[in-house]
Write a protein that binds this ligand. Structure first.
Ligand code: SF4
Length: 279
């Protein structure tokens, strides 16, 4: 699917869900530490900013941040500043999360909320893993939950959160199967990008794509070089994957937010685990 087509389809999807189901849309810069299950439990659509930029988009951000800022952060600002035709759906965002993954993330998110008049929600995560950090993370989750409840005007029930966690777990388990498919890196990346954009709404299409790829048993050129791609993600519209394939590279493992870091974040049911350990 071409990028324009994907963005148009996504725009229609968002418009329909907002109009017909009266859904709110909350956007955030896509790193791997935001609990989108909580948004889902609140009946809110999470919109991950996973769009790659052009020189024009990046230059448009230079009124706000220096050009040495990472290209992803520049693009996120440029998209809100210029709102190119195929990204008009960004007008549907009701709130934007400001989080602290890195300095570029926090600066860009603050700028987007301040200068493009999108109400801001804060969600800060600790950089360490110890009992104090865990307590802090829980406090942030509880505060975010309260803010979401104010937005939707009702309580977010625990059973709804558990339902959403199970739904995302199931979706991510299915998505992890894509890694093993005998399809090109480009095809894999397209599936990962669409999955991260739509979330579990993409489940049926995902199952069909996986079944189709398995039944066709496509063979990848064995003279290609197998690669592990790690670091920042390749976002929608990034042509790096084409350069890799044109150079006979074949990405066998996407170790990024759009790939392993996304689908490996599956929550275990501690009570069930304890019960199993007792037996
Ligand atoms: S983590 Fe990397 S890509 Fe993301 S905003 Fe920070 S510098 Fe940019």
């Amino acid at each position: 699917m071409e990028i324009k087509e994907l963005l148009l389809e996504y725009s229609i999807y968002l418009n329909e869900r907002k109009e017909q189901e009266n859904k709110k849309v909350i956007a955030f810069m896509s790193h791997d530490n935001f609990p989108e299950e909580l948004l889902d439990a609140a009946g809110i659509i999470p919109l991950r900013m996973i769009f790659a930029g052009s020189d024009e988009l990046m230059s448009a951000s230079n009124d706000y941040l220096p050009a040495s800022t990472c290209s992803f952060a520049q693009t996120c600002i440029g998209l809100h500043s210029l709102k190119p035709t195929e990204y008009k759906f960004l007008n549907l965002i009701d709130h934007f999360i400001v989080s602290n993954h890195c300095v570029s993330d926090i600066c860009a998110s603050e700028i987007i909320t301040k200068y493009f008049n999108i109400p801001r929600l804060n969600f800060y995560v600790p950089y360490t893993q110890n009992s104090e950090a865990l307590k802090y993370y829980k406090t942030e989750l509880i505060e975010l939950k309260k803010e979401l409840e104010m937005i939707i005007g009702r309580e977010i029930k625990n059973e709804d959160i558990i339902k959403s966690i199970k739904k995302y777990n199931q979706f991510k388990k299915k998505l992890s199967e894509v890694q093993e498919l005998k399809i090109s890196s480009t095809e894999k990346l397209k599936i990962f990008q669409k999955a991260v954009l739509y979330g579990p709404f993409f489940m049926n299409e995902l199952e069909n794509l996986i079944n189709k790829a398995r039944s066709e048993n496509i063979r990848i050129n064995e003279n290609n070089f197998d690669l592990i791609f790690t670091g920042c993600s390749m976002f929608i519209g990034d042509y790096l994957i084409n350069l890799i394939e044109e150079s006979r590279g074949n990405v066998i493992f996407f170790d990024t937010w759009i790939g392993y870091n996304y689908y490996s974040q599956i929550f275990t049911d501690k009570k069930k685990k304890k019960r199993r350990q007792k037996h």
